[in-house]
Design a protein around this ligand. Structure first.
Ligand code: IPE
Ligand code: IPE
Ligand code: MG
Length: 255
């Protein structure tokens, strides 16, 4: 008995987590700017990469929580088009994290019916990163539960410029007419084509800016900021964000 007790306790904790969330009124699409890994490491006199490594555990936690609350899309900002300005050693480490995450957690993602997708300039990523992610995308492509969408080498201005160039090509090639171009058609040229706009944006680490994230798509999104650093993010913090979102009144310009 004394050996089994801790297991039972853990199980009960898992089951009781997130039960206070009204699961009927959860956001369909949650986007997160996962920030503060470097500062988390600095506070512990560790190298910045230790913060990124620890941040992977928070990704695991938030995916489990999103799955449990029936959220349809979880978009995680993992690497921006501006993050190439960082030291090569740090970039190299970040580019290995998808493998670290997927190697351990792909079976669980399959079991939870999660589909993996990315937004951003995928082709410009290192080959080993692309191969790992492509494998996971292929493997999960028929799953129809939570869509786990990683923003990787993503920049909103880059996305918009890319869309404009493609639209001009299609106009020149008579594939579309200028008259038919409207917000809906434009949205189909973005990396997020087919996805609803985020209902809730979370940014950790106390910064209150978008850092080139989803500028078009966040037009009517609810924003929620927390001082918690990404490696300290937990199911409880996620629950707090969802509960506060559920208190918001969204008006979309109406009354
Ligand atoms: C977020 O943490 C991860 C990435 C941007 C890749 P940071 O690395 O930006 O951490 P801080 O903001 O320096 O603390
Ligand atoms: C935004 O964080 C990008 C990601 C979380 C991937 P940054 O740390 O790069 O943003 P800034 O530089 O503080 O605006
Ligand atoms: Mg940062």
């Amino acid at each position: 008995m004394s050996i089994r007790l801790p297991f039972i306790k853990n199980k009960q904790k898992e089951l009781s987590q997130l039960t206070t969330i009204d699961k009927e009124n959860t956001p369909d699409h949650v986007a997160i700017i996962m920030d503060g890994n470097g500062r988390w490491a600095k506070q512990r006199s560790l190298p910045r990469i230790a913060g990124h490594k620890e941040g992977v555990n928070s990704v695991v936690k938030v995916v489990r929580a999103a799955h449990q609350c029936n959220i349809k899309v979880l978009t995680l900002y993992a690497f921006s088009t501006e993050n190439w300005k960082r030291p090569k050693k740090e970039i190299d480490f970040l580019m290995k994290l998808p493998k670290e995450f997927l190697h351990v957690h792909l079976p669980e993602l399959m079991e939870k019916n999660v589909r993996i997708q990315t937004i951003g300039d995928f082709e410009a990523l290192p080959k080993h990163t692309k191969d790992t992610i492509q494998h996971a995308m292929n493997k999960t492509k028929n799953n129809d539960g939570l869509l786990l969408n990683f923003a990787l080498n993503y920049g909103s201005r880059d996305e918009i410029m890319h869309a404009i160039k493609k639209i001009m090509e299609d106009v020149n090639g008579a594939k579309i007419s200028i008259d038919s171009l409207d917000e809906q058609v434009f949205s189909k040229y973005l990396y997020t084509r087919g996805l609803s706009d985020p209902d809730l944006l979370i940014r950790t680490s106390g910064e209150q800016r978008l850092s080139n994230f989803l500028l078009w798509q966040l037009a009517y999104t609810e924003f929620w900021f927390t001082d918690v650093l990404w490696p300290d993010f937990s199911e409880e913090v996620f629950q707090q964000a969802i509960e506060e979102y559920q208190q918001r009144q969204r008006r979309y310009g109406g009354i």
